[in-house]
Design a protein around this ligand. Structure first.
Ligand SMILES: Cc1cc2nc3c(=O)[nH]c(=O)nc-3n(C[C@H](O)[C@H](O)[C@H](O)COP(=O)(O)O)c2cc1C
Length: 216
């Protein structure tokens, strides 16, 4: 829980009011056609979570409200991914990240994010809205887990600055941003699936088109 003690300086103390679940290596069983949604204030404090969020995370709504969003942070997630996510959100930019989340049961669930950002009349960020969809297991196993494991190892050994440098180098080598990389691996999977099903693959015209097709 966060307590505002000074409105000007916005100093917040974070208190753990719940026991962090012990992670177990089992996936949450959920309807992967659904969209997990939440709304936060500009600090990432949860103000709303939809039924799907509640079902998948295993928390009751009264346990989630007013909690920092890291209530579902999984220890397998490298810090650098959240750093880059927040760097973009604070600039008012949408971001598509693949995230492993921790349910109350200790089980995990992988999602890809999509954000809407609301601002007041002065242009200050007031709220963030996050929508999340499931990610195909093959994308996780083939591309995401190996990269995140490496980032986490680097972080544990040498800190987040080192893991950020590694991530930058990894993406520079492919001449891509993180979001381009995510789009490519998701698209590659979609094409493979479509080929398997002998279906027609619609040409992906741009990044915005790709993600809006995915989230609609
Ligand atoms: C709207 C919104 C949605 C978020 N969704 C998630 C999420 O699904 N999982 C997660 O671990 N962090 C999510 N975050 C990021 C968390 O605020 C937090 O940065 C992250 O869990 C890492 O925790 P830490 O910053 O305490 O290291 C979200 C943030 C915002 C603003």
């Amino acid at each position: 829980m966060y307590f505002a003690i000074d409105n000007e300086l916005k100093i917040y103390f974070k208190m753990e009011v719940f026991e962090r679940p012990v992670p177990i290596d089992k996936e949450v069983s959920w309807d992967k056609t659904k969209t997990i949604m939440s709304k936060t204030d500009r600090f990432g404090t949860i103000e709303y979570a939809n039924e799907v969020f509640i079902d998948v995370s295993g928390y009751e709504d009264y346990e989630l409200m007013s909690q920092p969003h890291n209530i579902i942070r999984h220890p397998d997630m490298p810090k650098v991914i959240f750093k880059v996510l927040w760097d973009n959100l604070k600039k008012g930019e949408n971001y598509h990240a693949i995230v492993k989340n921790l349910a109350k049961s200790g089980r995990y669930y992988w999602v890809i994010t999509d954000f809407d950002i609301s601002k007041d009349e002065k242009g200050n960020i007031v709220n963030y809205f996050a929508r999340r969809k499931a990610v195909p297991q093959e994308v996780i196993t083939k591309h995401i887990e190996p990269l995140y494991k490496r980032l986490l190892q680097i972080e544990n050994a040498s800190g987040m600055e080192a893991s950020e440098k590694y991530l930058v180098g990894y993406l520079e080598e492919q001449n891509k941003t993180y979001v381009d990389f995510i789009m490519e691996i998701m698209n590659e999977h979609e094409k493979a699936m479509a080929q398997q099903n002998a279906a027609n693959v619609t040409k992906v015209e741009d990044k915005k088109g790709f993600f809006s097709k995915f989230f609609n």
